[in-house]
Design a binder for this molecule. Structure first.
Ligand code: ASN
Ligand code: ZN
Length: 333
């Protein structure tokens, strides 16, 4: 064991029993992950500002897997943050949100019956509501990875959160939410191309968003059109989410991890998959190397093709299929 670093046992709501990074303090333990930049998890206890109280526990066993224990949401939030940290480090070589090894922090139990979660650049922190009615706490792996990725986007391309760049910002969070969820390989929350499926935000079992065919939510766009930059960023993300699905899995029907998908193309031409790992590698390199704050959909296409050329070669099968996935969402020459 490293000096001053512990690994606690957490009973999460969504991901079963997990280990979380904790730190001994005054005969107790705090939810401080020294192995991941000192990331801390705080209890806002219904508040909406400040940090509230750092979670501590005498025996380093946290939560009971139900919302009745207020540590449970903290376990899920801490686990999501540590998975996202590890994903960026292991897959993309990125050392934290700013690539400087410094952790952010998480706050749970925000406000009263708050049905959302968010990233803030000003606190450099993630915040989670408890949900309300049928909507469960917003602390699943994909929601955590989505919010933490907003921090990564702010510290790379800096995509402005409105217009087409705003849709690309949102899509970046959904893309890495899916990538982290698959990479985590957690038996209680397996990877999928659905966003927030564990939350049951509408009380009818549907996820917040679908990446194979974004319009299944009744609002999101499947493909680029000239008015795309005028709709809410959580709906203008649709075409780029669709690009990620098509690039990862190809067009048409497919079952992945027990979930059925059916992904159409706007040009009617089939798309051959490059695989999820390649699609994520390409998007990350595009985001961190070629996109800027004002990148639009056409610019994102160019950025990913530059990334695909760097990683897999100009004119490679991966490069061509990357371009075909853009054509399938109505972006291209
Ligand atoms: N949960 C939302 C998101 O991260 C909060 C927002 O609308 N910005 O996109
Ligand atoms: Zn978002």
């Amino acid at each position: 064991e490293f000096q001053g670093i512990e690994t606690g046992v957490g009973n999460s709501k969504y991901s079963g029993q997990v280990t979380i990074g904790t730190t001994p303090a005054d005969g107790s333990y705090s939810m401080t992950d020294a192995t991941r930049g000192g990331h801390k998890t705080y209890d806002l206890n219904g508040g909406s500002s400040g940090t509230g109280t750092l979670f501590t526990d005498p025996d380093d066993t946290w939560g009971d897997g139900t919302t009745g224990d207020r540590q449970t949401a903290a376990v899920d939030a801490a686990y999501g943050a540590q998975l996202t940290w590890d994903y960026y480090k292991d897959v993309h070589g990125r050392n934290g949100i700013k690539n400087d090894g410094v952790g952010a922090y998480s706050r749970v139990h925000y406000g009263n019956a708050y049905v959302n979660a968010f990233w803030s650049d000003s606190c450099f922190c993630m915040t989670y509501g408890d949900g309300a009615g049928n909507a469960k706490p917003l602390t699943s792996i994909d929601v955590g990875a989505h919010e933490m990725t907003h921090g990564v986007t702010s510290n790379t391309a800096g995509l402005i959160y409105s217009g087409e760049s705003g849709g690309l910002n949102e899509a970046t969070s959904d893309i890495f939410a899916a990538a982290v969820e698959f990479w985590a390989d957690n038996a209680s929350d397996e990877g999928d191309y659905l966003v927030g499926e564990k939350i049951d935000i509408r009380g009818n079992g549907t996820p917040l968003r679908y990446m194979d065919k974004p319009s299944k939510d009744g609002r999101s766009a499947d493909a680029w059109y000239s008015g795309l930059g005028s709709i809410d960023v959580h709906y203008s993300s649709g075409p780029a989410n669709h690009w990620f699905y098509l690039a990862s899995e190809g067009s048409g029907t497919k079952t992945v991890g027990g979930v059925d998908y059916d992904s159409p193309t706007s040009d009617g031409l089939p798309v051959t998959a490059i695989g999820r790992d390649a699609a994520a590698k390409i998007w990350y390199k595009a985001l961190s190397t070629y996109m800027t704050s004002s990148t639009n959909y056409a610019g994102a296409r160019t950025a990913t093709l530059q990334a695909a050329a760097d990683l897999y070669g100009l004119g490679s099968d991966t490069y061509i299929n990357t371009a075909n996935a853009w054509a399938a969402i109505n972006v291209g020459p």
